[in-house]
Design a protein around this ligand. Structure first.
Ligand SMILES: Cc1cc2nc3c(=O)[nH]c(=O)nc-3n(C[C@H](O)[C@H](O)[C@H](O)COP(=O)(O)OP(=O)(O)OC[C@H]3O[C@@H](n4cnc5c(N)ncnc54)[C@H](O)[C@@H]3O)c2cc1C
Length: 424
């Protein structure tokens, strides 16, 4: 689709994990897309760019298969060869204290219990962000209708009744019917459009690293609630796990300042010995945590997606999954707009995106906040109540099944990509 008065159908500012997915989904649907990033692609692809791994819900992974991205992540599956997507078969959520055994009152999710709804798939897959970024980059490169514009810095944006025009630092301009802001939680585009956010702190930082351990994890993800916040052990491929260790900012800074031996010992004390010995095998990263939600997701010929629209605590591993749902919904709305001969950037088209995504994202943001507040403390009565709460949910199969379906991304009005349907 090419309108002679504009350079692109869609310009995406921000070629992070969500921006790349938007570009790919829209590119495969036949739109002419430009992706602008402030960073050099080679820097973003360097191993040192991002040490996180993401829990990708089953429905989100189905979307990665539909986009052809999962091929690079699943190479070798079934042939006993290494893949880059570690299945999450079970999740064990428990309340605990460092060095002590987890409370026996816990919550256990098992993919086998929703195997029919989940087509026999696991609850999700753990994928290192660097692997996901490589796979997304490679797939966008295969699309002739996706143009990379990076590194480049946008300095101005001007939306008119016909198109939106962006101006770069060097004075060059590009135009499109629709601008997609996928430039992360400090979004320049969101600020430039004057869209405010509701933001609140959570007085926590997350330390992230990768460990190797002696015994197989069997695809079980552990979320242990310690007094300062959750300590997550997330199963990667091989005998490896991604750690997300939440602490107060002061304790996190102290842990980051430890030498390797001291850090390894503190980590092992929290991890316990249920998987034999454990040792960090990657650099440590530290992320300040907070919640933030844009007051609106849309502006003049503008739509916000991913962390530019909503940035949440990683307690439930949902931030990227929310961004993927944004990408899938946006692609579908734009495909429908084209089929009906509507303007991609019209108020009506964009209002549909907001009504599809904002309620879901708001509900999940607040659920994660409540969950984090409830679990990140050591108050006696609250500790007792949440332990009982966990075991009650554990003993109510319908409630447990609801949470499992939610974790695997199967709840709500799923756009075609999340159902595994392709555009090309
Ligand atoms: C510790 C931790 C663990 C997490 N674990 C999970 C998990 O298990 N599962 C999950 O679903 N989510 C998880 N998340 C959340 C997830 O990482 C984010 O939601 C996701 O990375 C957001 O992607 P994004 O593309 O929207 O933003 P970003 O990743 O921030 O990408 C923004 C892009 O925009 C570019 N950019 C920035 N400014 C400009 C500009 N002015 N012009 C042009 N380009 C610009 C940047 O270079 C970057 O490429 C976790 C988060 C944290 C902190």
């Amino acid at each position: 689709m090419k309108n002679n008065n504009i350079d692109f159908d869609i310009l995406v500012v921000g070629g992070g994990l969500v921006g790349l997915t938007v570009a790919l989904a829209c590119g495969q649907a036949g739109f002419n897309v430009g992706v602008i990033d402030i960073a050099k692609p080679s820097d973003q692809l360097a191993g040192s760019h991002d040490g996180r791994a993401s829990a990708i819900a089953t429905a989100s992974f189905r979307m990665m298969r539909a986009l052809g991205v999962a091929d690079a992540l699943e190479e070798g599956r079934g042939n006993n060869k290494d893949t880059h997507a570690g299945p999450i078969h079970q999740i064990l959520v428990s309340d605990g204290q460092a060095g002590a055994a987890p409370s026996p009152l816990n919550l256990f999710f098992d993919a086998a219990q929703i195997s029919e709804a989940n087509d026999g798939e696991p609850l999700g897959y753990m994928v290192e962000n660097r692997r996901m970024r490589h796979a997304l980059h490679a797939q966008t490169k295969k699309q002739d209708n996706i143009t990379w514009i990076a590194p480049a810095r946008v300095s101005d944006i001007d939306a008119s009744t016909e198109k939106t025009t962006i101006t770069f630092d060097d004075g060059k301009t590009l135009s499109a019917a629709l601008l997609v802001a996928a430039d992360g939680r400090n979004s320049f585009v969101r600020k430039k459009a004057g869209i405010g956010v509701t933001a609140w702190p959570c007085n926590q930082k997350a330390i992230v690293t990768t460990v190797e351990h002696e015994l197989p994890h069997s695809g079980i993800a552990h979320e242990l609630f310690l007094p300062a916040g959750p300590f997550a052990i997330l199963p990667l491929t091989g005998n490896r796990a991604s750690i997300v260790w939440t602490e107060t900012p002061r304790a996190a800074d102290a842990a980051m300042a430890l030498d390797d031996e001291g850090f390894g010992a503190e980590l092992a004390r929290r991890f316990g010995d249920f998987l034999g010995w454990v040792k960090p095998i990657a650099p440590r990263w530290c992320y300040p945590l907070s919640f933030q939600h844009a007051k609106t997701y849309v502006g003049d010929r503008l739509v916000l997606v991913g962390d530019a629209a909503h940035a949440i605590h990683p307690i439930a591993g949902q931030g990227f999954n929310m961004g993927l749902r944004d990408a899938a919904a946006l692609a579908e709305i734009l495909v429908q707009a084209r089929a009906e001969g509507r303007d991609l950037g019209s108020e009506f088209t964009l209002a549909q995106f907001e009504s599809w995504r904002k309620f879901d994202n708001t509900a999940l943001t607040h659920a994660c906040d409540v969950f984090n507040k409830l679990f990140s403390n050591n108050l006696g009565p609250l500790k007792h109540a949440r332990r009982i709460g966990l075991s009650v949910v554990d003993k109510l199969p319908p409630v447990r099944q609801f949470f499992m379906k939610e974790a695997s991304g199967q709840v709500g009005d799923l756009p075609p990509l999340l159902r595994g349907e392709k555009y090309s």
